[in-house]
Ligand binder design. Structure first.
Ligand code: ADP
Ligand code: MG
Length: 280
């Protein structure tokens, strides 16, 4: 817990919890370095939810994965800083970032089916995550597993531990991943399109539940989505991303009331009428 004590000591409540400055991420290919994130800067303050919104391929997932050093394949941070409680995460060793990931920064990945192993039961997978994040060990880990699943909204968690991912609905699988992401009570949760694969009713239930949990725990959230209707439900502030750059950054109300960029206006126009009427 040493790193936590050190980072607590340098926390200033006026400073952002997460501050990304001029971040550049590229993927090495046979044609050379292909840029995916091009000069991204953003700030997220304690207790707030910041959404990154943009069409597929705009660099949202790459930005998220750069924060916790989980870039796929040949992805690499080539410039910029990612300050978390004042520490530049891009400068940490593999061991140091491992201590941050899970415990200080939780992560809900984009695709639950490829992030739950089909051959292991749910209880085993949640328990392993809990142990890996040092939330609990031994017998306590099994008890905590049930709690984590209950908190995530699976009321019959104890009966479901022995079930496999294919026996869970898409919404239930997503609840499992949210439970894992929040299990260590991280200061920041990165949620990458956590409900995009779900139908609108289930999506709404899970977003409500995620909002309740993160409010109760005081967790800051970096919420990634291609859907501005979802932004309105969850976020205080928004960054609109296009082709690796942030083209508009504002409060959620400003983006809906007075979008500045044509691209943002197009994203707003793409919201189906039924979703557009959701209050926050
Ligand atoms: N594993 C990878 N290898 C090579 N290029 C990648 C890889 N992942 C993403 N990219 C590139 O990065 C760009 C941004 O992708 P991504 O961050 O996944 O966008 P989003 O999450 O907004 O859909 C893509 O256009 C793609 O060209
Ligand atoms: Mg993505």
């Amino acid at each position: 817990m040493n790193s936590e004590t050190v980072s607590d000591a340098i926390t200033d409540s006026n400073e952002p919890l997460l501050q990304i400055r001029d971040l550049e991420v590229g993927f090495q290919t046979q044609r050379g370095l292909v840029p995916a994130v091009r000069g991204v800067s953003l700030s997220l303050y304690a207790g707030q939810t910041l959404a990154i919104v943009g069409e597929s391929g705009s660099g949202k997932t790459t930005t998220a994965q750069a924060i916790i050093n989980l870039l796929a394949g040949t992805g690499n941070v080539t410039a910029g800083e990612i300050l978390f409680e004042g520490r530049d995460l891009t400068k940490l060793s593999a061991k140091e970032i491992q201590d941050v990931r899970g415990r200080l920064i939780g992560y809900v990945p984009q695709d639950p089916m490829s992030n739950l192993n089909p051959v292991w039961n749910i209880g085993f997978q949640v328990e392993e995550a809990i142990k890996a994040n040092d939330v609990a060990q031994g017998k306590a880990a099994r008890a905590r597993t049930i709690e984590v699943l209950q908190e995530a909204g699976l009321s019959d968690a104890a009966d479901r531990l022995k079930q496999f991912p294919h026996q869970f609905s898409g919404g239930m699988r997503q609840r499992v991943l949210i439970g894992i992401g929040l299990s260590a009570r991280p200061k920041l949760l990165i949620a990458d399109e956590p409900t995009s694969a779900l139908d609108v009713t289930v999506q709404r239930q899970i977003l409500d539940h995620l909002g309740t949990l993160t409010r109760d725990y005081g967790t800051s959230v970096l919420f990634i989505t291609h859907d501005l209707a979802v932004v309105r439900l969850v976020a205080d502030n928004v960054c609109v991303m296009q082709k690796g750059r942030i083209v508009e950054a504002a409060t959620t109300d400003e983006v809906f009331d007075n979008p500045q960029q044509t691209y943002t206006q197009e994203l707003l126009a793409a919201i189906p009428g039924a979703n557009f009427e959701f209050g926050r």
